[in-house]
Design a protein around this ligand. Structure first.
Ligand code: BG6
Length: 489
């Protein structure tokens, strides 16, 4: 396991400290980092929210959340006793900056230790909280602010947030989270591409036929349904996570791992995305919405039923054909699909190589199947390379597709940390490489806004799919038209 270096003493203020994200993700992640000795005893985690809650009551809620969200055997009483000492609670309202006395009092003697404000709140509060911090003199040279997604719902609202926060913090102090960038396998993509010389000559047009990226979920939208009904799958998953994956697969090698070197290369990919317009939106996009069905033997309701019978036109599934207009990827489409209530939860990137130019094995039981590199992001993180091999035996010459399959968990034999564990430590270290720069977020929104406008102009309807399937038939047709199919089919 990689060496764990403790982070310098810090104050981490979590606005939205009683919310779902804090309880389900942030505090369990911090507990793990504390358990591994990365958090110094004098560091403080200061939860802030509107409610008048005593510290003891807050700690009781945190304990309950940890017990519910940690894996079996991970909650240990002794460890909890140490961790709870670092946790504090203050009341702070985004709309009343003059009543942040408790927080100011707590921070007044903190000197120049690292100070991080994590906004685990609705995006409409990002500006007000940033302003509140500045108004109360709480922004120091060692301050950082973390913004959770969604960063707005279109380019205009994202710019508004960026301007408001940018008024109080310098760009290098702003950390915009996309938790996919904290996933181990997503980072492994960098290792695979840039720590091996094997793939680079093949990682381009001429060798790659196309790329597929699937982020499938079997779950529905749960208690976020009203919020989700206002945004849909394109904004929820493609604007951020999926476009970041496209960038990491498609970008040129950065000159170093310096944050701006990596982000400059990602930006070039975003700029090269061919706009989807009214003219090609029907051939390049599919919108879907699930109806009632069954997943893993359980019957589930349709999206409209979950909304109490409302006839929603929001997409819970989207598939796209994406063209990247540059030398490396010209005429090599990237097909993306993501959706709720699909057959199972899995995310993977498939790099499909071209067919052999001429087969010398004409009379085989199997066709010569083109090579395929599959990068599994979740579950069972790993990499699989499919190759053709000769079936053993003295008679004939039979070919068979087989896999060189690497499971990271089996190979490294360690617990895979949650993305938030790494991201929180990176913020505390002040390393923004795994966070989105303002221009990346805005460029991604611009591309997404075009699609949404084109859907409206072309009056593109959502197509239904049965919960537990792989999405609407039109999603298969999107590839079928090009003589391709989703993997696994
Ligand atoms: C979030 C989306 O950003 O990512 C959710 O808002 C989605 O709708 C989630 O369920 C998926 O994350 P993961 O890590 O479970 O793949």
């Amino acid at each position: 396991m990689a060496e764990l270096v403790p982070v310098e003493e810090f104050d981490l203020i979590i606005f939205g400290g009683t919310g779902d994200l804090a309880m389900r993700k942030l505090l369990p992640a911090l507990y793990h980092r504390d358990r591994d000795g990365q958090i110094t005893a004098t560091s403080r985690i200061i939860a802030a929210s509107r409610g008048d809650v005593s510290r003891d009551d807050y700690l009781a809620r945190v304990e309950e959340a940890l017990r519910a969200n940690l894996n079996e055997g991970e909650f240990e009483d002794e460890q909890w006793q140490a961790f709870r000492e670092r946790i504090h609670y203050v009341q702070a309202d985004a709309s009343d900056h003059d009543k942040w006395g408790d927080l100011c009092e707590m921070l007044k003697d903190a000197g120049d230790r690292n100070r991080v404000a994590y906004l685990a709140t609705a995006p409409s509060l990002f500006g007000p909280f940033a302003t509140g911090l500045r108004h109360n003199g709480l922004v120091t040279a060692n301050s950082r602010i973390v913004l959770e997604k969604p960063l707005g719902r279109d380019l205009a609202s994202a710019e508004e947030i960026n301007n408001a926060v940018g008024h109080c913090f310098a760009e290098n102090q702003i950390f915009r989270i996309d938790h996919y960038l904290g996933k181990e396998t997503v980072q492994n993509l960098l290792a695979l591409r840039f720590a091996n010389s094997l793939f680079e000559p093949l990682w381009r047009r001429g060798a790659v036929d196309h790329v597929q990226i699937t982020v499938a979920e079997d779950l529905g939208v749960g208690n976020r349904i009203e919020f989700y009904d206002r945004i849909g799958a394109l904004r929820d998953m493609v604007q951020n996570h999926m476009l970041q994956l496209v960038c990491l697969v498609a970008m040129e090698a950065p000159s170093s791992l310096h944050h701006d070197a990596v982000r400059d290369e990602k930006m070039k990919v975003l700029r090269a995305l061919r706009p989807i317009t009214e003219d090609n939106v029907r051939t390049h996009t599919v919108r879907g919405q699930y109806t009632a069905g069954a997943i893993g033997g359980q019957t589930v309701e349709g999206f409209d039923d979950e909304l109490g019978g409302k006839e929603s036109t929001t997409e819970t599934f989207v598939a796209l054909k994406v063209d990247i207009d540059n030398w490396r990827w010209s005429n090599v489409p990237f097909y993306l699909r993501t959706g709720k209530r699909l057959k199972d939860k899995h995310s993977e990137i498939v790099v499909q190589f071209q067919e052999v130019p001429h087969s010398i094995f004409p009379e085989q039981r199997f066709d010569v199947v083109p090579n395929r590199l599959t990068i599994r992001l979740q579950p069972d993180e790993g990499v699989k390379l499919s190759v053709m091999a000769k079936e053993p035996g003295p008679g004939g010459f039979e070919l068979k597709p087989v896999s060189l399959d690497l499971s990271f968990e089996e190979t490294f034999g360690v617990r895979y940390p949650d993305a938030y564990e790494r991201l929180l430590m990176e913020v505390l270290r002040g390393n923004p490489a795994l966070f989105m720069r303002r221009d990346e977020v805005e460029s991604a929104w611009q591309w997404i806004d075009n699609i949404i406008a084109s859907w409206q102009e072309a009056n593109q309807k959502v197509e239904s799919y049965v919960a537990g399937s792989w999405g609407p038939t039109a999603s298969s047709l999107l590839l079928d038209r090009d003589g391709r199919s989703w993997q696994p089919d």
